[in-house]
Write a new protein. Structure first.
Length: 193
């Protein structure tokens, strides 16, 4: 499924490049979004379950006509749980992104967007029990891909909704391959200079 999402985002970026562009959007931009993250975790393809939390995205970039480059920060949110014995657990994640994006206008105001790139992720975990507590963090490289749609009010402002997938994977000899997929559903706004 992950490769399918990546393939769709890349195909959308390339295929829509030939679409009619209502207005030249060449220039710098900043965009952001806030919404919900849904985590799904597995070890060696054995599901550890899912959980959700609040997430946010902030990007800056430069776009030539309708294809551009972006760099940004993504707060993947956090999930936590506790039990009746006094044990509590928390997992949070964030990452730096760098990739390509597209902003295509099939009509004058309606747009379709796509993005794909690399992710430098960081996960933070903490465990607290009545007798002991501890925390750990881990870094690594992954990827992201996303699609969205929305409305361009004018050459400078647009709002929309988007779906983004962030792939986090780490292999530990003797323990297996850990995979965390983060599905982000956001409401977005963009300003173009």
């Amino acid at each position: 499924m992950n490769k399918g999402i990546l393939s769709c985002a890349v195909a959308a970026t390339i295929a829509l490049a030939a679409s009619a562009q209502a207005e030249d959007l060449t220039g710098w931009f900043v965009n952001g979004g806030a919404g919900h993250a849904n985590y799904s975790a597995s070890v060696d393809n054995f599901s550890l379950g899912t959980a959700g939390g609040t997430a946010a995205i902030l990007n800056v970039g430069y776009r030539t006509q309708f294809i551009g480059f972006e760099a940004g920060y993504t707060d993947l949110g956090s999930v936590s749980s506790s039990d009746q014995l006094g044990d509590s657990y928390k997992l949070s994640g964030n990452g730096l992104t760098f990739g390509i994006n597209g902003h295509f206008n099939p009509t004058e105001h309606w747009y379709i967007s796509s993005r794909v790139g690399g992710l430098r992720w960081r996960l933070n975990a903490s465990v607290t029990t009545p007798t002991v507590s501890g925390s750990a963090s881990e870094n690594g490289l992954g990827w992201y891909a996303g699609v969205g749609t929305g409305y361009d009010f004018n050459r400078h402002w647009s709002v929309g909704v988007a779906y983004n997938y962030y792939a986090i994977s780490k292999s530990y000899p003797g323990y297996g391959n850990f995979d965390i997929g983060s599905n982000l559903f956001t409401a977005d706004a963009e300003y173009r200079f």
